[in-house]
Design a protein around this ligand. Structure first.
Ligand SMILES: [Zn+2]
Length: 206
């Protein structure tokens, strides 16, 4: 399982789904990872409004693909880049920038789902979660809420970027010792170990 994108990718992509990547460990980071290879080609995988709708379902934030407007796709990408600006800052030991926090904070209120009172089969009244008025805004709210939690003092120390030289994946390090270096030990971890091994072999024969 190699995490790197192929060299001969035709860009911009027509659709992003084949290149989605689910090793972030939480919605906020899986979301930032929809802009891939940030260090080089900056490959956009939320290409179309359908992409965003399908991604939100694949991420388990919505149960059915919603209708997404162009404006919401713009807003989603804006939220994603705000989260990533926060990631970049905390990795450099700085606080989340004000501008990023403003964008994240704007989306958080929609994370709260409303309730509705309905009659149950036995005639009694039940209170249950109502469908969100705007499912896409709600899903973005859930991502923003996750980002806000992640930037809290306890969790922010576990935000990582993969140590592989050719991968820019962000991930959340849940390992007990908080010492994880790669987005995937079987992917990037192995590639990196093989690289080091080859380097050592070359040095030996040189
Ligand atoms: Zn990686």
């Amino acid at each position: 399982m190699v995490m790197d994108l192929p060299e001969d990718l035709t860009l911009p992509l027509e659709r992003g789904a084949p290149w989605w990547y689910w090793l972030g460990g939480r919605p906020a980071l899986d979301f930032t990872n929809t802009l891939r290879e940030r260090w080089r080609r900056r490959v956009e995988t939320l290409v179309t409004v359908e992409d965003l709708g399908e991604w939100l379902v694949a991420a388990d934030l919505l149960s059915t693909p919603p209708v997404v407007s162009d404006a919401l796709l713009v807003r989603a990408r804006e939220l994603r880049e705000a989260i990533d600006a926060g990631v970049t800052a905390v990795l450099a030991g700085r606080p989340v920038p004000d501008a990023a926090l403003t964008v994240i904070a704007r989306e958080v209120p929609a994370a709260v789902a409303g309730e509705e009172a309905v009659r149950a089969d036995d005639g009694s009244v039940v209170l249950r979660a109502a469908d969100p008025v705007d499912p896409v805004a709600h899903a973005l709210g859930l991502i923003a809420r996750d980002a806000a939690r992640m930037f809290g003092a306890d969790e922010t120390v576990r935000v990582r970027v993969c140590a592989s030289a050719t991968c820019s994946a962000r991930f959340f390090d849940r390992s007990p010792a908080a010492g994880r270096r790669w987005c995937s030990s079987r992917g990037c971890g192995n590639v990196e170990k093989a690289r080091r091994h080859r380097r050592r072999q070359r040095e030996k024969t040189a």
